[in-house]
Design a protein around this ligand. Structure first.
Ligand code: V47
Ligand code: SF4
Length: 392
């Protein structure tokens, strides 16, 4: 249908750096990049080199298909027991009057606002509030499912789950089963940050560690649930910390196959304890997405989360390995606007998302949370969508 990039074979053949050339040849032969080679890619690969290869891998896996979904978020609270230095969103329990705490009825009212609207997913994520325990969320999940059984519930980062399970004195396996039985279907990828202790101790010392995070996702996968994985990049970490992070995820994926999507999250420095740390340049963001696509060979999807990256840069990632943009969101999350993202009221209509993807010469496909295809919009005229309230 389209041709979006230079031929990676020519770029690899013309590369004067022997190490990079060997890595390029390995990728083109369908072989896995090693940890050492991942570090070399970060150190030496130019954007055109990494980008052409990543685009080639992406097109091998998905052609031009670019996924999005129709979703909304519920953020039960921003009161949090933890003190992640990059977080602009949370308020300590002692200062909880500065934050919000939603009741179950208030959260159900949010769900009810979407009655009759074609959303397929609710994403529930928030701070770790000492009074919102496992059984509070069991009731919430059951009530959402009673009201709207077709809505896929993706909820709770491993950080929230670790706290809930420990407080309920349940093992990870027991706690996960309780939530799954109550209606929880998938886990989002948050809370992973950077796994390596050297960095984790500096940015989020007091929350679940790498093994705890990985164990929670393993337990979900063992129950047949799917999950995502994130990496918060562009702050104190060095290149090898990123590769170490991706390596741990890639190994778990080899074991369980339960991850759907890898989501690199760019550190935004607005109004947090790390505001003095400069944000990464866009060229570094694009290189990171490309190298992630090359490294995470067993992750089916690579997502650019537009509310955090901004819609223009998210659109650009579609040429650097990304095949998913998340969803319509409908201005229901505050995590990124509070951290200074250009998206201060994150909401895109279906028509806008389709148009964003078409402008990048890709094929827009609406998906559900598990990447079942709902509708391919490539042959649908944008003006048809713009006049139809179902797509606005
Ligand atoms: O873990 C917090 C990140 C994450 C900042 O699974 C920040 O589909 C950048 O994980 N700058 C939570 N990032 C959100 C999350 C997520 C989002 C969208 C989709 C999915 C999915 C998951 O937000 C946290 C943290 O890494 N975050 N503060 C900040 N200043
Ligand atoms: Fe709490 Fe999550 Fe913010 Fe950390 S990132 S302080 S766990 S809300």
């Amino acid at each position: 249908m389209f041709s979006t990039s230079a031929d990676p074979r020519q770029i690899v053949a013309a590369t004067t750096d022997r190490e990079l050339q060997q890595i390029g040849e390995k990728i083109l032969a369908g072989n896995r990049v090693s940890y050492e080679e991942g570090v070399i890619l970060f150190e030496k690969a130019s954007l055109p080199f990494a980008g052409a290869l990543a685009n080639w891998v992406r097109e091998q896996k998905h052609g031009h298909k670019t996924y999005f979904n129709r979703n909304f978020h519920i953020e039960p609270t921003n009161v949090c027991m933890f003190t992640c230095h990059f977080c602009s969103y949370s308020r300590l329990y002692a200062n909880r009057e500065e934050g919000w705490e939603l009741t179950i009825d208030q959260m159900l009212d949010i769900v009810k606002k979407y009655d009759g609207k074609p959303v397929t997913e609710v994403h529930i994520v928030g701070g770790v509030h000492p009074k919102m325990n496992l059984y509070f969320f069991v009731e919430l999940l059951q009530k959402i499912k009673q009201h709207r059984p077709d809505l896929h519930i993706k909820g709770f980062t491993a950080v929230e789950l670790d706290y809930m399970f420990r407080k309920a004195k349940l093992s990870v396996e027991e706690g996960m089963k309780v939530l799954n039985d109550a209606g929880l279907q998938s886990l989002p990828g948050g809370g992973a940050e950077i796994f390596h202790k050297e960095i984790r101790d500096q940015i989020c010392a007091d929350k679940v560690d790498a093994d705890g995070w990985l164990n929670i996702h393993r337990a979900a996968h063992n129950l047949g649930m799917h999950s995502n994985a994130t990496m918060l990049y562009g702050h104190l970490e060095q290149y090898w910390h990123r590769v170490d992070h991706m390596e741990r995820l890639r190994s778990l994926q080899d074991e369980t196959g339960g991850f759907n999507t890898f989501i690199p999250l760019k550190f935004r420095n607005g109004d947090n304890d790390m505001s003095h740390v400069a944000e990464t340049p866009v060229v570094e963001d694009m290189r990171l997405y490309a190298i992630a696509r090359l490294y995470m060979d067993n992750f089916p999807h690579l997502k650019a989360y537009w509310p955090m990256l901004g819609r223009q840069n998210a659109q650009l990632t579609l040429s650097f390995g990304v095949n998913d943009l998340d969803g319509t969101i409908d201005d229901t999350t505050k995590i990124y606007s509070m951290a200074g993202s250009e998206e201060q009221t994150p909401a895109l209509s279906t028509a806008q998302l389709v148009s964003l993807i078409k402008q990048a010469k890709r094929e827009p496909v609406e998906r559900d949370t598990l990447y079942n295809e709902i509708k391919n919009y490539s042959e649908i005229d944008i003006t048809e969508l713009e006049v139809n309230p179902l797509y606005n």
